[in-house]
Design a protein around this ligand. Sequence first.
Ligand code: PLP
Length: 365
Amino acid sequence: MIPFLDLKAINAQYRSELVDACTRVIDSGWYINGSELTSFEQNFADYCGTKHTIGVANGLDALTLTLRAWKLLGKLKKGDEVIVPSNTYIASILAISANELTPILVEPDIDTYNLSPELTAAAVTSKTKAILPVHLYGRLADMPSLLQIAKQHDLLVLEDAAQAHGASLNHQKAGSFGDAAGFSFYPGKNLGALGDAGAITTDDDELAETLKALRNYGSHEKYKNLFQGVNSRLDEIQAAMLNAKLGFLETEIARRREVATMYLQQINNDAIVLPLSATENHVWHVFVVRCERRDDLQKYLADQGIQTLIHYPIPPHKQSAYQQWNQDSYPVSEMIHDQVLSLPIGPTITDEQVAAMIRACNNFS
Ligand SMILES: *Cc1c(COP(=O)(O)O)cnc(C)c1O
């Protein structure tokens, strides 16, 4: 049996560090907004190369609260258009509509699965106020081109970096390109907590201060409320888990790249379209192939005890949650959702399992 991602094995590697971190929090008597959070925020900001990290309860809140903060700061208003890839995970879009902003779905580039800069430029109108690029599957979006478009039209850029901790371009890391970025530390992400957690990275002092208030009832100072905030805090136990795991992230990414390289070099089957190789800056959150007979391939692999997943089976514009788009056509996105399959990849997959995966893929007909 080859599991898609063995979370138990991943965390078992750090069992003693995690138990120590947890014990430290239990014994401290301080469980919310304490030194574990402050230290993780500093460590993660240093890792990403940003001035600030603001911990929140999850990745969706990281995106939603950033857009909300921009509204409070007068940078966005109800009805403004935000460009977002049509093939993203639903959370990127939920963050926009939750703020009564208008999501404008733009098709991705079929080779990178990331927002097409050409189509982004073409989608800009007088109402466009922000771009929300997603570093999907762990591959950095084309930030130089997107930032240029943003500069030209005076648009805010919010990176959805939930799948791309550590992805980089010329040593600059995901989360440090835009005006702000949202990260998720959902357990299955490349840097995963042992529960829910998320964060925003930014260099903007005013945004950071606003977000720190927003996540805590809109309060900067106890019992003083500047905004109608929410409760979206990254608790001390999860911050301690993340502090313990952050130091191993680069090693884990290196192993993911090793596995991706083996797949890229050794899977050789006309029926399977491999991802573009970019192993040096891609963090391979998932290894996504395309196959016209995707459901057959998934069943064939399952019959051999190989677990695969689909990221994602239904495009956002076909979801009941967004009925207003159900009749619209996004052919690239639709093809992606019909054909993609994510193969097992992760820091604990063994060379034997990788070899078995490659054999299985090469024998599919
Ligand atoms: C996981 C994910 C999110 C949401 O993160 P949660 O912590 O689950 O709320 C947002 N965007 C993308 C692209 C994701 O993969």
